[in-house]
Write a protein that binds this ligand. Structure first.
Ligand code: GAP
Length: 440
């Protein structure tokens, strides 16, 4: 696809997200705030569906993973021990004329400002953690950070989980939550933001078992990608060379996705060794070792970390689902979501709004389906063609219409399939089981 066409797809998806209530730029009435986005009703439903699929697969379907939810504001000692307070930085150059800063690794000419052509200054480190102060005084002692990854809250709870649950190695601790990074160049919609959300597992293993665990989680990540409807043909793995790996990693692979703006990191899988637990043990003075009851040996477990961004998942799902075709001689736009992530599973309409008998029956059908499927919508606004188009644009897999035949003839309704646009008549008595099978 040509570059302009790809940009056009991105623009269309961003516009659809705003128009249809998925994602809004934060604080837009005040001119927006770069790198921050708010989720509207459908975006929130899509996000919750994605995180629920992840939680089920990575936590509840397993016997060896414990879920937690730890504090966002993080004591500075934690991030000093983890290496983030010194290591979590980008090399930046500042333009002497317009004062804009640029990541050196994003520049083609390191001497000239790409915006105004001014002279770029010496490259220097720019720390990416967001700071805050806790307590009455604003000084060095009250300094705290908004966490840059959810992982550190997991490492600082390692001992709690071991003491409460006595898990056998290997076992994991998982959490989903916000993280904050003062990205110098937030861009590409949800791709690089300053307030992000991550789904992470720290999987603790015996030191000689890391390779096996690495492969296990690589497989789980692949399974997740296809489960939520990301186009697997656009996903590839990249082995990260040592020089480009995070300070804690001995092996990293990135899962990359072909975004319209280039092939970029979707998720990361890292072998963090025992770097974090060892450093927290040294810095806190608390013993972080694990007693292997079988061998009576004390070890500091090693860690495999699958780390998945929620926003990047959403963007890859939206881009994979975005489809244009022609229907009834018109260009149609629709989101081909998998039913498991679709914000609305079924929409129910009366054929005409001004016929009380149709509305009453449609409300009855809607009530029954809502009890069964939850995310069911009633719509009687505008003509039927417009309602179908609205549901197509938000990716609703099925639309059910109550018409005159329903009342006068056969107590059946039409069920329209989003992707083919085909309709079939289904008896109301069989509607629930019909849709249940289709949505499974
Ligand atoms: N705990 C490991 C870690 O945080 P990372 O590669 O820095 O590793 C993991 O981030 C994942 O978090 C990325 O693969 C991506 O999905 C997401 N992510 C990271 N920075 C992001 C940002 N600024 N905006 C959106 N998502 C981001």
């Amino acid at each position: 696809m040509a570059k302009e066409q790809k940009n056009e797809v991105m623009e269309k998806v961003v516009a659809l997200c705003k128009r249809r209530g998925f994602i809004y730029p934060s604080f837009e009435i005040y001119g927006g705030f770069a790198g921050f986005y708010d989720y509207g009703p459908y975006g929130l439903a899509l996000k919750n569906n994605i995180t629920n699929v992840w939680w089920k697969q990575f936590v509840t379907d397993r016997e060896d993973v414990y879920g937690i939810d730890s504090a966002l504001v993080t004591k500075k000692e934690v991030l000093q021990a983890s290496g983030h307070a010194r290591g979590f930085a980008d090399m930046l150059s500042e333009c002497e004329k317009c004062k804009r800063r640029f990541r050196v690794d994003h520049l083609t000419d390191t001497k000239k400002c790409p915006e105004c052509g001014g002279k770029l200054g010496e490259a220097r480190q720019f720390y990416m953690m967001l700071e805050t102060h806790i307590g009455a005084a604003e000084d060095e002692a009250s300094l705290a950070y908004l966490r840059p990854e959810t992982a550190q809250g997991i490492f600082t709870n390692f001992k709690n989980i071991v003491d409460s649950f006595h898990p056998k190695l290997p076992f994991g601790i998982a959490q989903i939550g916000k993280a904050f990074r003062n990205e110098i160049a937030p861009r590409d919609f949800l791709f690089r933001v300053r307030e992000l959300e991550q789904m992470e597992v720290e999987y603790f293993v015996k030191p000689d078992a890391w390779k096996e665990a690495f492969d296990l989680w690589k497989g789980e990540m692949k399974r997740f990608v296809s489960k939520i409807g990301i186009d697997v043909a656009k996903v590839s793995e990249l082995e990260i060379p040592e020089a480009d790996r995070a300070h804690y990693s001995k092996r990293t692979i990135d899962f990359e996705f072909e975004f319209p703006f280039g092939k970029k990191e979707l998720y990361g899988l890292a072998y963090r060794t025992n770097y974090d637990l060892t450093n927290h043990a040294t810095a806190s003075g608390v013993d972080m070792s694990y007693m292997d009851e079988e061998t009576k040996e004390k070890i500091i477990p090693h860690v495999i970390e699958p780390s998945l961004g929620v926003g990047r998942s959403l963007l890859a799902v939206l881009l994979s689902a975005y489809t244009e075709d022609e229907m009834n001689g018109e260009v149609r736009t629709y989101l081909k979501f998998k039913p498991s992530v679709a914000p609305v599973k079924v929409a129910v309409f009366p054929l005409l709004k001004n016929k009380p008998e149709l509305v009453t029956k449609a409300r009855e059908v809607y009530g029954t389906l809502k009890k069964e499927f939850g995310a069911v919508m009633f719509d009687d606004n505008g003509n039927i063609g417009k309602r179908y188009r609205r549901q197509d644009e938000i990716g609703t897999p099925f639309c059910v219409t109550v018409d005159f035949d329903t009342i006068e003839k056969d107590q059946s309704v039409t069920v329209r399939d989003r992707d083919s646009g085909k309709q079939e008549r289904v008896a109301i008595a069989e509607l629930q089981s019909f849709l249940k099978a289709k949505l499974a």
